[in-house]
Design a protein around this ligand. Structure first.
Ligand SMILES: [Zn+2]
Length: 308
């Protein structure tokens, strides 16, 4: 088990960070890999096709470099967070198989929001896995509107999943040993989901994880009010130890402590007794606090504008 885990990590990180294969050259000198694939060279297709890596005993990163697809495993079936987009879906499927998971054992696919980079792979993954696909109603409407339009990273028309599970604020999702609470945080799109209650295992230790949760409200007074509601929902989630980002990098600094691939690199060389680089409660707390302060400031500005 330990050996297998080590091999997966090593293989993933060699490929992503300077090993034998072609994606070695993907890294731009002097810059974190997460920034290269998410910002600097985001439009380059080949550098995105990275190998999977194990992050916790029950969590794998199987997504392309710039937008994360997380695979959470349970003895009763698995949950996929986000679906990436074409032309990366073949690689996501290959990665799922590489970490030893049968795609047919995936029971749920959660879509963070209705933009193509998160939802674009959902139709093929829905067909392949037979999983239930879940998104917020307003995001389902956005996803359906993508149907047949030409994708922004290839020239083929988009295929969209069939509207399946419609997520509402506070919905619960139980599978195996996972007891998730699904939240909405409208703004970036009119839906937007984030998820609390993810239990991550690292040997005898377990950690509390959150997926997503970023995002201000939409422009204008109503959007600013919603932004404060969103931030309060995020702040209300207590005891978060692991933040599962939807993207590898968030400007300006990735997410303090490193983007996904910098943390993965640390994980690959972690020695027994070293802290787990994805376990970072202080940074999450600071981030949640900052989100609330920013949302309150934006609301104050919008109120001032409205009063003029
Ligand atoms: Zn988006």
């Amino acid at each position: 088990m330990t050996t297998k885990r080590f091999l997966i990590l090593t293989a993933g990180c060699l490929l992503a960070f300077g090993g034998r294969e072609g994606s070695v050259s993907a890294q731009t000198a002097g810059e974190p890999m997460s920034k290269t694939c998410r910002v600097t060279r985001a439009r380059e297709v080949e550098i995105q096709k990275i190998e999977p890596f194990k992050v916790f005993d029950n969590l794998y990163h199987v997504g392309p470099c710039y937008v994360a697809v997380w695979l959470l495993t349970t003895p009763q079936g698995h949950i996929l967070f986000d679906s990436a987009q074409e032309p990366f879906v073949d690689k996501v499927i290959e990665n799922i198989r590489k970490v030893g998971v049968n795609p047919r054992d995936i029971k749920y696919i959660l879509i963070n929001h209705g933009h193509l980079d998160h939802a674009g792979g959902a139709a093929r993954l829905q067909a392949l896995t037979g999983a239930r696909v879940a998104a917020v109603a307003e995001d389902w409407t956005m996803i359906e509107a993508l149907d047949g339009k030409v994708g922004n990273r290839d020239s083929k028309p988009n295929v969209v999943p069939k509207r399946d599970m419609v997520v509402k604020e506070g919905d619960k999702l139980d599978l195996g040993d996972q007891h998730l609470t699904l939240h909405t945080a409208p703004g970036h799109t009119p839906g937007v989901m984030f998820v609390e209650g993810i239990t991550l295992k690292d040997g005898p230790a377990t950690y509390k994880g959150v997926w997503g949760g970023g995002g201000a409200g939409a422009p204008g007074l109503a959007g600013a009010q919603q932004g404060v509601v969103n931030a309060n929902r995020v702040v209300a989630v207590k005891g978060v130890q692991v933040y599962l980002q939807t993207h590898a990098w968030q400007e300006p600094d990735g997410y303090p402590g490193g983007g996904i691939h910098e943390r993965a690199k640390l994980l690959a060389t972690r020695k027994p007794g070293d802290p787990h680089p994805f376990v970072d409660p202080a940074t999450w707390d600071a981030r949640a606090k900052r989100q609330l302060e920013t949302a309150q400031n934006v609301l104050a500005e919008e109120k001032q504008k409205a009063a003029k």
